[in-house]
Design a protein around this ligand. Structure first.
Ligand code: ATP
Length: 248
């Protein structure tokens, strides 16, 4: 039987007195590739923050690698939705990849040979070796996303959490990033927050819908639910198979 990597039972999160997530139960096993979809403000980033131990649940049980969130940071790679930084800051692509090793170091410990090798290997995997000395502020949007994925991979994670890594990149770069994740899925557990429901259904094993009001059916072309989905998402919608008998 596969090891359980994530377990959420009746998870509830309130922020500023407002319920963001309520009664959420799901689990992720080792080697799973799970996509999390849902409308803007549906709580997707909040869920990742809970898994990282950055947001406290208000109710329910959450375990990551069998322990409380935050206890397994060194085993998790995280690609955030946004990175705010000074584009003029003299930080190279390799420096950014090396940051992925920080969680594995003790305070004030310098990077060693193993850290350099891990960073270079991560840059090779994402196809950025040739740009490793380039200033991070001089990268294109798609290159920056791949640098952030390299940073997450440099720590050699067992679980990779990605928050909309294909937002604001062109279709060709989206394909590059999904091909990369498709390649990585045989070596680690992946949880991907995305709005690309149509595209990811080709790559992922399961889809978790957070606060979705759309109904997903077996034969979308014969179903009126496309109209309902269209009201949730103001752009073209692909309908997915959903295994729940009572989908939400
Ligand atoms: N620090 C905060 N203070 C107040 N409200 C917050 C805070 N963080 C999140 N929220 C609220 O929680 C809700 C869920 O936010 P979250 O970022 O998790 O949604 P999301 O599904 O990731 O959205 P998107 O698809 O737009 O990225 C939103 O209504 C948001 O405004």
């Amino acid at each position: 039987m596969k090891r359980e990597v994530i377990r959420c039972e009746r998870l509830g999160v309130e922020i500023g007195g407002v319920s963001v997530l309520k009664g959420l139960s799901f689990s992720v096993a080792e080697g799973d590739f799970l996509a999390i979809v849902g409308p803007n403000g549906g709580g997707k980033t909040t869920l990742l923050r809970v898994l990282l131990g950055l947001q406290k649940p208000s109710e329910g049980v959450v375990q990551v690698f069998g322990a409380a969130p935050g206890r397994a940071v060194g085993r998790i790679g995280y690609v955030p939705q946004r990175l705010f930084f000074d584009r003029e800051f003299p930080l190279s692509v390799r420096d950014v990849a090396l940051m992925g090793r920080i969680a594995l170091k003790t305070p004030f410990q310098h990077y060693g040979k193993a850290d350099m090798q891990a960073a270079d290997e991560a840059l090779r995997i994402v196809g950025l070796s040739a740009l490793s000395n380039r200033r991070i502020g001089a990268l294109s949007g798609g290159e920056l996303q791949r640098a952030l994925i390299a940073r997450a991979l440099a720590g050699k994670p067992q679980l990779l959490l990605l928050d909309e890594p294909t937002a604001s990149v062109d279709p060709e770069m989206k394909t590059t990033i999904y091909d990369l994740l498709d390649h990585l899925k045989s070596t680690m557990t992946i949880v991907l927050v995305t709005h690309d429901t149509g595209t990811v259904s080709r790559f992922v094993g399961r889809v978790l819908c957070l606060n979705c009001s759309m109904v997903l059916r077996e034969n979308p072309s014969a179903s009126p639910c496309g109209e309902a989905a269209q009201q949730v998402y103001p752009y073209p919608v692909d309908l997915l198979l959903h295994e729940s008998r009572n989908p939400r």
